[in-house]
Design a protein around this ligand. Structure first.
Ligand code: PEP
Length: 243
């Protein structure tokens, strides 16, 4: 079974959350992870059987952090996973490796699995430097974690150029390209830290490409943005990955 993680970003209003839960209700939900907007986490907790995840966490476990959500608060919401270092936050909130290390440590202390996102932008891809770039993103974080903390992670490989922007036509890498980078990530973590980790793929995963993507044996699951707020899309992906 693949690990299916929906990153609902800030896409939905409350009425749409209610509709999403209603239209995706099935036995499969209890094996899928949904990372809702934090405003709706409690609603998901009370009204669905999804495994819950956070979209972000504060790097410090302190009350004096206006606007933040702490790992302790996520734990109270029964979150089992939290996304760390999503490319949108790296770009918009200027999250750097030091911040990501703090976030992962707080999550580890609260027994929440961090989903650490890595991935190259279009320019890096065109310069054929994907592995160097992704390797550095990983090492900059993992070098500052204990072996136990590393072993608690899931990695999400998300080429930034493949993430849907809500308007532009989406482009996905070929299966060979994904397999190559995912194998590189697994080998790097194995060789350097002696830990074997699950690696997810993210970037325009949808009902049309999921069966093709499922042919990549190296990929342990998916981080899904846009398709995770569309009930029909998400139902189809859960059917193809969770049974
Ligand atoms: C994401 O933002 O994590 C993502 C994978 O988005 P999308 O599936 O919409 O490309």
């Amino acid at each position: 079974m693949k690990l299916v993680v929906g990153n609902q970003k800030a896409y939905l209003q409350k009425s749409e959350v209610i509709n999403f839960i209603e239209k995706t209700k099935s036995e499969l939900c209890k094996n899928a992870v949904i990372c809702p907007s934090s405003l709706y986490m409690e609603y998901f907790k009370e009204n669905s059987s999804y495994i819950l995840g956070g979209q972000n966490v504060a790097m410090l476990d302190t009350g004096t952090a206006t606007g933040e959500i702490t790992a302790k608060q996520l734990k109270e919401m029964n979150a089992k996973y939290t996304i760390v270092g999503h490319s949108e936050r790296r770009a918009n909130q200027k999250e750097d490796s030091e911040m990501l290390v703090g976030k992962i440590k707080r999550l580890y202390e609260n027994e929440i699995t961090s989903i650490l996102c890595v991935g190259e932008g279009r320019e890096v891809k065109e310069q054929d430097s994907t592995k160097d770039f992704v390797g550095k993103q990983l090492i900059d974080v993992l070098d500052n974690l204990t072996k136990e903390e590393i072993a608690s992670l899931v990695i999400a490989y998300e080429p930034v150029w493949a993430i849907s922007t809500g308007g532009a036509p989406s482009v996905t890498p070929t299966n060979e390209e994904i397999a190559d980078v995912v194998s590189y990530i697994k080998d790097l973590v194995n060789d350097k830290y002696e830990v074997s980790l699950k690696v997810l793929y993210g970037g325009s995963v949808n009902s049309k490409n999921i069966e093709t993507l499922n042919e990549i044996t190296q990929v342990d699951g998916y981080l899904i943005g846009g398709a995770s707020v569309k009930p029909d899309e998400f139902n189809y992906i859960m059917e193809k990955c969770l049974q």
